[in-house]
Each structure stands twice: as C-alpha cells, then as structure tokens.
Write a protein that binds this ligand. Structure first.
Ligand code: URA
Length: 230
C-alpha cells in the first residue's frame, strides 16, 4: 500500500497533507526517511513513524466497550452523547461500526469493528450468535410467556415473530435472556407483550465473549479476533 494512502486512511490528513509531512521530513519507514508518498509499505510488518511516534495499524480491529446508560449507539446525535465519544487515539483513526446497537438506556457489552465480514457474522441472526442480556422488570410475570410465539413490532413498525429465546431465571423480577436477533427495542417489546416492563437492561455476552466486569463504564478493550471467531 502507498504510504500516502495508508496515512490518509488513518485520518492523518489528505494525501496532499501527507505529501507535505513527507517533504517536512516527518515520516520514517523502518528508521529511514521517507521521501515520497508513492513509497510502498506493508503496515503489518513495516515500522512507520510520524513525528517520532510509531503509527498504530491493524487490518481488522475489534473493540469491546462497557457501554454506560445515557449514550446513543450512533456516530452522531444532535441531542445526546454517543458511544464514539469514548473512542480515543489510536482507535478513532479506524472506520468503526457498531456490531449490534444498544438502546440509550441499555448498558454493557458493545462491540465495534472495522471488519465488515466480522460485523455480519456477529449481527446476522442466521449466524447463530446468541446475545445474552441481564434483565430486570417492573413487576413479575409468567416468564414462560416469552417462550411462546408472539408478534411484536420492529423499528419500522412492521410486525415480526421473534425467535424463541433462552431464559435463565434469577428471581421473580430478574432473569438472563439470550436472543440471536437484535431488532429495535426487541427485549423491551417482548417483555411488554407479556405484561411487564423492562426497568434495567445490560448486555452481558455476545457468543462466547463475556463483558469483562473489571471494565469501567465507557472503557474500551481490544479483543482478539480469533477468540470471537472461535
Ligand atoms: N433489546 C432492547 O429492548 N434494547 C436493547 O438495547 C437491546 C435489546
């Protein structure tokens, strides 16, 4: 890959900006001064330095966040802060997508990746990746209702039938629920259908990947992609 393309992909500036940085003798490849934006580099093996700092690069990146309530799962929002407010250097240089959004008031495990294939593998219901949630409801109800076929509305107001979830009861008002889909407000609407209301919701697992409970709200951690693929 050309070095000007790499550095502009990593949001260090336009190719013209990068060319200027090179002319200013600010860019080194494997310790040797770079003299042209056309120079070919392999960022997986070459050490690229800009202003004496090594450039962080990974082809595929997967980040786990402990999402706090009050943050929107979107790149921009006019009213509320977004989960991307927590994404700092060097991760803010990657084009990250959210692998399964959470509602503004939902907490817990949120995955961000720049890998389109991985994103698809995580969020597509047919890929059999269960997402586990810890749920607290306002009043007790018959949890068996959640296992029966039901029709609820998706984000576009269209009716659909959620797949049968897996439930692990904790007590009358708390349980774990596992689903493969992630439709808009899905758990809230399933619980509402059964006559109660979700008062607290936290995603605890995606596939075999559990939220690291040591992570503070808003904290990010890089995940080994091979770990989640397995
Ligand atoms: N179901 C919901 O209702 N909300 C979420 O944030 C996730 C699943």
């Amino acid at each position: 890959m050309r070095i000007d393309k790499l550095l502009s992909n990593l949001k260090y500036g336009s190719r013209k900006d990068v060319e200027r940085m090179i002319k200013q003798k600010r860019v080194f490849v494997n310790g040797i001064l770079c003299t042209s934006g056309k120079e070919k580099v392999d960022p997986r093996v070459d050490e690229i330095m800009l202003d004496q700092e090594i450039i962080f690069y990974e082809e595929s990146i997967l980040l786990m966040m402990n999402k706090p309530a009050g943050y929107v799962s979107a790149n921009h929002d006019d009213l509320h802060p977004t989960v991307f407010d927590f994404v700092k250097e060097p991760y803010n240089r990657f084009d990250l997508n959210i692998a399964g959004r959470l509602d503004i008031d939902t907490e817990g495990l949120l995955l961000l990746t720049n890998d389109g294939q991985l994103l698809h593998e995580i969020i597509h219901p047919k890929k059999n990746v269960y997402k586990e949630y810890y749920v607290e409801v306002s009043k007790s109800f018959d949890f068996a209702c959640l296992l029966k076929p039901m029709e609820i509305l998706d984000g576009n107001g269209a009716p659909y039938r959620p797949m049968r979830p897996i439930i692990k009861k904790i007590d009358e008002r708390c349980f774990y629920l596992k689903i493969k889909e992630g439709k808009f407000h899905q758990i809230k609407r399933m619980v509402e259908h059964c006559g109660s209301e979700v008062v607290y919701l936290k995603r605890t697992k995606v596939g075999h990947l559990s939220l690291d409970e040591k992570m503070k709200p808003g904290e990010l951690m890089e995940v080994d992609i091979e770990q989640i693929k397995s």
